[in-house]
Design a protein around this ligand. Structure first.
Ligand code: NAD
Length: 475
């Protein structure tokens, strides 16, 4: 029997009112493992009306108590970590060890949102006339519509639930219909922990229909999205037309600058692990490898060895180091990017093809001699492809590194402190990793520059995107 993933509205899980449903596939086999309920317009109206009602109760819940509830939800998630991790692996494909880390990180985010809730405070400013004062209150912004993707189906939603619920907002989340389970698992933990049932809803459906409805709904005052730049632009434009607040965490195309002073084998080992993690489907993933020419050969040889040695297999097999791509669409996109580079003269040193004919596996791939007009240098690869781009002239390399409209993550690999500082300053990116990968921990804010986003998530500022102020002038 395929698993049924239902809509969650007002604490109740149920099918959509029209009975429409979509298939959920196991990316390791391509086979159907479940069915996800699609929301009708009537269901969406109900979700909006319910969360508008839930907002009143949850916003009035003292922040100290909201903190307690979010901490409890984090503990519930941790207590059933194995089952939650399995849900991620079955629907998204990543190895179980990586799925476990994702559940832990999700719990950390919920806990952090709860801790920051306990630090909410208003400000009192002396007025300009004797005895007067001005009060600045930090209040929940209202009903939040959150759209979350399939690559970290629990953690990327956890950031939004943590901020929104911590601030006292209610939230309607539309996860990707390809990975419906992980957000439902987290939402159940939040309900069990004591979140007002009407203060959260999880809906699935035709993406455009859901987002058009939610963005236009008068009650929805905040939009938060993690996903691709084209969809982010579409949603931001719609929200702008309604003068609604937006947070956007969009794609990246991270340059990695590997300087000649480092041990090339060490750098290749570290970067191959970062590149092939989650099969390259990470917005922070290193994706354009600028290697100083004098170490390029040694770096490339070792990187190719690491790519070859990577054990690719189903995420449920403990021996697997890299799972399949998450869906057939991603597999086709990755195949197209490699074929495009090949047709323009690039050399494929390893990989460059599917692994088997079952499921959506693609081999860890390294390419060189990549011409500037190859699509892979302009489109986010979001897959296990590493283009190696040798350089001699630092200024020219930096111009190429900064050229795309992406501005999420960049990496610098050098032990030369002066060079580190120069490169960090020159890179037009919201996150710079030095001599190691970047992981988003809740205590540090992260956000993209240029077309990679608007605003940040996490950090001591985690609640801010979900708050609005009220100035009260007292005489
Ligand atoms: P896509 O552009 O169709 O969708 C991206 C995400 O947005 C998905 O989660 C999807 O469910 C959602 N979505 C699509 N239309 C929507 C709408 N109208 N309203 C709300 N949400 C909507 O692409 P895709 O094939 O699913 O993913 C491929 C690209 O997405 C990648 O190349 C990558 O750039 C980007 N992506 C980025 C992240 C990230 O963490 N920043 C995560 C997933 C995907």
């Amino acid at each position: 029997m395929p698993h049924e993933f239902h809509l969650l509205i007002d604490g109740t899980e149920r099918a959509g009112s029209t009975g429409e449903a979509g298939d959920v596939l196991d990316p390791a086999t391509g086979e159907k493992i479940g069915q996800v309920a699609y929301a009708s317009v009537q269901d969406l109206r109900e979700a909006v009306a319910t969360t508008a009602r839930g907002l009143r109760d949850w916003a009035a819940t003292p922040p100290w108590e909201r903190g307690r509830v979010l901490k409890r939800a984090a503990d519930i998630l941790r207590s059933d970590l194995e089952a939650a991790a399995l849900t991620i692996t079955r629907e998204q494909g990543k190895p179980l060890a990586q799925a476990r880390t994702e559940v832990e990180r999700s719990a950390d985010f919920l806990e952090w949102g709860g801790e920051q809730a306990r630090r909410i405070s208003d400000r009192l400013i002396p007025g300009r006339t004797r005895g007067s004062r001005v009060e600045i209150r930090s209040l929940p912004i209202g009903v939040v519509a959150a759209f979350t993707p399939w690559n970290f189906p629990m953690a990327l939603a956890a950031k939004k639930f943590a901020g929104a619920l911590g601030a006292g907002c209610s939230i309607i989340c539309k996860p990707s219909q390809e990975t419906p389970g992980p957000v439902l698992v987290m939402a159940r933990a939040l309900l069990e922990a004591g979140v007002t049932p009407a203060a959260l809803a999880v809906v699935f459906g035709h993406a455009n229909q859901v987002s058009d409805h939610l963005v236009a709904a008068r009650e929805v005052t905040k939009l938060t999205f993690t996903g691709s730049i084209p969809i982010g632009k579409r949603l931001a434009a719609a929200a702008g037309a309604e003068v609604k607040s937006v947070t956007m965490e969009l794609g990246g195309h991270a340059p990695v600058i590997i300087c000649s002073d480092v041990d090339p084998e060490w750098a290749a080992d570290m970067l191959a692990d970062a590149k092939f993690s989650n099969a390259g489907q990470i917005c922070l993933s290193p994706s354009r490898f600028f290697v100083e020419a004098s170490i390029q050969e040694r770096f490339t040889t070792r990187f190719v060895e690491r790519a070859k040695a990577r054990r690719v297999g189903a995420g449920t097999d403990p021996a697997s180091e890299m799972g399949p791509l998450a869906n057939a669409r991603r597999l086709a996109a990755v195949e197209e990017l490699v074929e495009d580079a090949r047709s323009r003269g690039a050399s494929v040193l390893v990989g460059g093809k599917r692994v088997g004919q079952r499921g959506f596996f693609y081999a860890p791939t390294v390419i060189t001699d990549v011409p500037d007009d190859a699509e892979i240098l302009h489109q986010e690869p979001f897959g296990p492809i590493a283009p190696i781009l040798p350089f001699n002239d630092e200024a020219a390399m930096l111009e190429r590194a900064n050229r795309p409209e992406f501005g999420l993550a960049a990496y610098v690999v050098t032990h030369d402190i002066g060079r580190q500082r120069r490169l960090i300053d020159a890179l037009e990116y919201g996150v710079v990793g030095v001599n190691g990968p970047v992981t988003h921990y809740p205590e540090a804010a992260l956000g993209g520059w240029k077309e990679s986003g608007i605003g940040t998530e996490g950090g001591i500022e985690i609640l801010e995107p979900y708050q609005r102020t009220k100035q009260v002038s007292l005489r």
